[in-house]
Ligand binder design. Structure first.
Ligand SMILES: [Zn+2]
Length: 483
């Protein structure tokens, strides 16, 4: 197979002509291609890789518009480029796509009148996923690829909406799935009539180049952060795609000393919790791939939030009797280990719910002055006042790691939700679940009470990443909660 890439940049052609060492048929250029709007996008590694092979290009303003629809002519251009087919320049006044359409017709990527009339407006329409499937399979077969009939047969049951594919595209759609050019959506659909995005088209192009033996290297890691601005108390998630071995990536950061990666099939992930002790400012996450030496940096901004100050007047003799060393020792001995280990797999799939409805009396992170003097105390969760006996519900599905009475916090429950996320419930009147039990989202786990050192019936509710308390509001409502 011979593949000549169309070089769009005149400068590049000049450079190559000047050094006259690299021929037009060699592998990728050595500089990294990138665009202004693909950072933190799921398809970033695909886009950068395919762009290096000149099969795709961005817009003059430096953007790629990864989520925009792709037109028929744009996708045909990608496929023609992937094939290394020579295309003549359009003559003056001619529609720019005409020579490309001609090349695609001549090489059998599309059929004459496939889309009805062959006018510019026809080719400027967005391409559907079934049309895309047909072109990529044609390109693959024209370049010498073979589709194994057995694999083809097995693919007929891989997705559940093949019956909605247009009859003339049916075979090619099945072949595109059989060959993994198009894998379908997580819910098991192909969505044949749906428009394809520029990202999806890029992935299809990547897989074609890979199957044609043009791309041999692994995809570079793609680092995705859940947000780049966090308020104190929020939880940051980091996912790195195209890496399956946690030992390859090292992360240097100043936010969370106990950071660890979890491995999955084709990605690794980890969390960084922040709370009221996290100083606001900009923090750098510095990643290094020990296999390739590639370094990347992501900057995270921690935004301050106002934490309320509670002014308590306490009889000094009462304070002395409530904070006993025996109570603290019991808490340390039994409660502390309950958040040491978490399931590596999430127990939940649904959103979190508020465990009891009532009046918010103490916010997350509130500090306290006692008899006018500042204390180091910070409130680890939410206090929700409600009548004694009100049902307390599990905020989400999980495993009960702890359920017992303690002097300090009364009847107490800890639920592990997996991946290091825990919910904690204190001062319950009654415990309704046992350690080791799996509880469903919204299941009754106890009743509101005032057990332990509490001044009245309320639920103390904490959410934490291991032992670092985080603002429950981000899980319940997507924002911090204030009374
Ligand atoms: Zn509390």
């Amino acid at each position: 197979m011979s593949h000549k890439y169309i070089k769009k940049s005149l400068n590049l052609i000049l450079v190559i002509a000047l050094i006259s060492v690299i021929t037009m048929t060699t592998a990728p250029h050595s500089f990294a291609a990138s665009f202004s709007d693909i950072d933190n996008h799921w398809a970033k590694s695909y886009i950068e890789t395919v762009a290096t092979y000149d099969a795709i290009s961005g817009y003059p303003d430096g953007s790629f518009k990864p989520n925009s629809n792709i037109t028929r002519i744009e996708f045909i251009t990608i496929m023609v480029n992937s094939q290394g087919i020579n295309v003549s320049s359009p003559v003056k006044g001619q529609y720019w796509g005409e020579p490309i359409i001609e090349a695609a017709l001549n090489s059998g990527l599309i059929l004459n009148n496939e889309y009805g009339n062959m006018s510019q407006s026809t080719f400027d329409k967005n391409i559907s996923r079934e049309e895309m499937a047909s072109i990529v399979v044609n390109a693959y077969i024209k370049s010498g690829g073979v589709v194994d009939p057995l694999v083809l047969h097995r693919a007929t049951t891989r997705l559940n909406d093949f019956d909605s594919v247009s009859p003339n595209y049916y075979e090619k759609v099945i072949a595109s799935v059989a060959m993994d050019f198009i894998t379908g959506y997580p819910e098991g659909t192909f969505a044949p009539k749906q428009n394809a995005s520029r990202s999806e088209a890029t992935v299809v192009s990547y897989r074609l180049l890979q199957k044609m033996g043009i791309i041999n290297s692994k995809l570079p890691e793609n680092i995705i952060i859940s947000k780049d601005k966090l308020k104190q108390g929020d939880l940051l998630k980091i996912t790195i795609h195209h890496v399956s071995d946690t030992s390859i990536i090292s992360l240097v950061q100043d936010l969370y000393p106990d950071f660890k990666w979890d491995e999955s099939k084709d990605f690794i992930q980890g969390y960084i919790p922040t709370n009221y002790n996290t100083s606001p400012g900009v923090y750098s996450l510095k990643f290094t791939n020990s296999e390739t030496g590639r370094k990347s940096t992501k900057d995270i901004q921690i935004i301050p939030r106002d934490f309320r100050v509670q002014k308590l007047k306490v009889d000094s003799s009462i304070e002395a009797s409530t904070k006993t060393e025996a109570a603290n020792a019991e808490y340390r001995k039994y409660f502390n280990p309950s958040r040491d280990n978490s399931s590596p797999v999430k127990y939940y799939t649904e959103p979190f719910l508020i465990p009891v409805k009532g009046r918010l009396t103490t916010e997350f992170g509130e500090s306290r002055t006692v008899n006018g003097a500042a204390t180091s105390y910070r409130h680890s969760g939410l206090d929700i006042a409600a009548p004694r006996g009100t049902n307390v519900l599990a905020t989400n599905r999980g495993k009960v790691n702890f359920s017992m009475p303690l002097i300090l916090t009364g009847n107490s429950i800890v639920i592990d939700h997996g991946e290091g996320l825990f919910s904690v419930y204190f001062h319950l009147d009654k415990l309704s679940v046992k350690e080791g039990e799996i509880v469903e989202r919204g299941q009754k786990i106890g009743e509101v009470g005032s057990t332990g050192f509490s001044t009245g019936p309320h639920l103390h509710f904490t959410m934490s990443y291991y032992k670092v308390s985080i603002e429950p509001g981000y899980f319940l409502y997507g924002e911090s909660i204030h009374s």
